[in-house]
Design a protein around this ligand. Structure first.
Ligand SMILES: [Zn+2]
Length: 71
């Protein structure tokens, strides 16, 4: 795949637990940060405009797992 500059997909821990894909139960992900821009934040009525979300893209099926910052 290699879309995000990493050489290999990686196992991911979320809240101390290994992340498994919601769809295919794979445990290898490509990591990427996604900027939540002001327009999107305003649309959803968030008060943390320009926050950064962590995205983990399943290496097997491509499902994107989003994690918002704890605010
Ligand atoms: Zn998957």
């Amino acid at each position: 795949m290699g879309l995000f500059g990493d050489s290999n997909p990686k196992e991911v821990l979320v809240a101390g637990q290994p992340l498994h894909c919601e769809i295919c139960k794979n445990d290898l992900f490509w990591q990427r940060e996604a900027q939540l821009n002001t327009a999107v934040a305003t649309f959803f009525n968030f008060d943390w405009a320009n926050a950064t979300a962590q995205c983990y893209v399943c290496d097997h099926c491509g499902y994107i797992h989003w994690f918002l910052p704890n605010r």
